[in-house]
Design a protein around this ligand. Structure first.
Ligand SMILES: [Zn+2]
Length: 481
């Protein structure tokens, strides 16, 4: 019998990897094996260490990867999979492939930097410390990507086909509808893997959203594998702009700078457009804005190319202000020299840099330099996984370890939850109510345990569905439906 096995994002929000095997023959390589997403584990050491373990099935025996979107927790393990022998096609939408060609090499570069840092300080148990994969290896894996249009059916095997439908999460993001001929039923089995699900509502509540809100409605599924990142929290239904403007005004008034850790993809673009709007309307002073991410320019260029995914609001902003890269007062730092110059700027400024959870990247330099000064402000505009530096700082820690040293945190720390690109429970229910059938089983993935269990209880109560929480390495045999 065919089965699904959860190889990541089970019990945590990172490392998304769900294996479909068209046959559960115990000898292993009998069926066709497709991996839905191939993400990097981030956050606590216990999870990160899993990045170094082999897949439970040899990588070369995985026949294909179906990739929902270009966030690292969904695509960041692909170069490692290829390094371990995977040679099959990786299916994704065109914007996802373009974004991956930027984020994967950057991830390889960060892996190399980390290894070099540990070697310099002789801090690793391993001598020498090796990168999980290199920039070059990440570039090389791009040859396996194959573009798939939204709603185009791809037959991977006589028993297995899939198509992408919009997930409305970030540019290019999709859910994967998988059709499986089980042979036991006359009717094929429909599996729906949501990847990450975008906000269901638009405009005021999810302002500045670049891509269309609202995942594909009217779905059917026998097995639903759904994310639960925000399963126990609701996004505030207030406009974040007044609060953001007041936080920035206060910081500038006391001579401080604003530090914003943000994913270079989607979140940075959204935030930069909002700053521009606030500045043009006089709600915040015209201070220099530094977007310190080599990826950001490339990501902006990819965004500008894919106007088919813009919301009306994003289209209006782009028509009015054109590409952020050309705005006066906004500096996009490419080289590390340009990045270092930002450190020399004494007057108040706004610095946006990645990584979004401060797990690595240039944001660490800015944090190390500016966290000890109480005049400064750190604003979190994205989800901060427990155990990441972002999660620790947001949790109110008094000091944080950066580059092997403890840095005191005296700067003001704020968090705005409205920027999320994930649907919250009321939005998820709104979307689930559009389903044409009740899935035989729903597996919740991509959530901290408390988030997944609260969402499970809510779905049972409100919908009466059979909802389970996926366990790491757990198998679900599809014939059991
Ligand atoms: Zn995502």
């Amino acid at each position: 019998m065919p089965y699904i096995q959860f190889l990541g994002a089970a019990g945590t929000v990172t490392g998304s990897k769900h294996l479909i095997n068209t046959s559960s023959d115990s000898s292993g390589k009998q069926g066709f094996q497709a991996l839905i997403d191939c993400g990097l584990f981030q956050g606590q050491k216990e999870w990160r260490e899993r990045n170094w373990q082999d897949t439970p099935v040899p990588a070369r025996e995985i026949d294909a990867v179906i990739l929902t979107h270009a966030h690292l927790d969904h695509c960041g393990w692909i170069p490692r999979l290829v390094k371990e022998g995977f040679r099959g096609p990786i299916y994704a939408t065109q914007p996802t492939i373009e974004l991956c060609s930027v984020v994967l090499p950057d991830s390889g570069h960060l892996q190399e930097e980390d290894a070099a840092f540990y070697n310099k300080r002789k801090m690793s148990k391993h001598d020498p410390a090796l990168p999980l994969y290199t920039l070059e290896e990440a570039q090389a894996c791009m040859q396996y990507f194959r573009p798939v249009a939204v709603e185009q059916t791809v037959q991977l095997h006589p028993q297995l086909s899939f198509r992408f439908v919009h997930a409305a999460h970030i540019l290019g993001s999709c859910m994967a509808e998988v059709t499986l001929e089980t042979g036991t039923n006359a009717r094929p089995t429909r599996l729906l893997f949501t990847g990450d699900i975008g906000r269901v509502r638009n405009s005021q509540i999810a302002p500045g959203k670049v891509v269309h809100s609202g995942p594909q409605e009217g779905e059917t599924a026998d097995v639903l594998v759904m994310e639960s990142t925000y399963g126990n929290r609701q996004h505030p239904d207030t406009d974040p702009r007044p609060q953001l403007a007041s936080l920035i005004r206060d910081t500038v008034k006391r001579g401080g700078s604003v530090i914003v850790p943000a994913f270079a993809v989607e979140r940075t673009q959204k935030f930069v457009f909002m700053l521009k709007e606030l500045m043009e309307s006089g709600q915040i002073p015209r201070v220099p804005v530094y977007c310190d991410s080599p990826m950001a320019i490339k990501a902006v260029e990819i965004y500008m190319k894919h106007s088919e995914e813009f919301t009306e609001q994003a289209a209006d902003l782009i028509k009015k202000y054109d590409s952020p890269v050309t705005w006066p007062g906004f500096t996009f730092a490419q080289t590390s020299e340009e990045s270092k110059k930002i450190n020399d700027s004494k007057f108040p400024s706004i610095i946006i840099s990645s990584s979004g959870m401060a797990t690595g990247g240039r944001i660490l330099h800015h944090m190390a330099q500016r966290l000890p000064d109480p005049r400064n402000l750190v604003i979190f505009i994205g989800f901060q996984a427990p155990g990441t530096r972002g999660g620790i700082i947001k949790g109110g820690a008094k000091e944080i370890k950066i580059f092997g040293e403890f840095i005191p945190i005296r700067a003001q720390v704020a968090a705005l939850e409205q920027f999320s690109d994930h649907a919250d429970p009321p939005e998820l229910l709104q979307w689930l109510h559009t389903f044409k059938n009740q899935p035989g089983v729903t597996y919740l993935v991509h959530g901290e345990p408390a988030a997944s269990s609260q969402l499970r209880d809510l779905m049972k109560k409100e919908l009466g569905w059979n909802v389970q929480i996926a366990e790491y390495m757990g198998k679900f045999v599809i014939g059991n439906l």
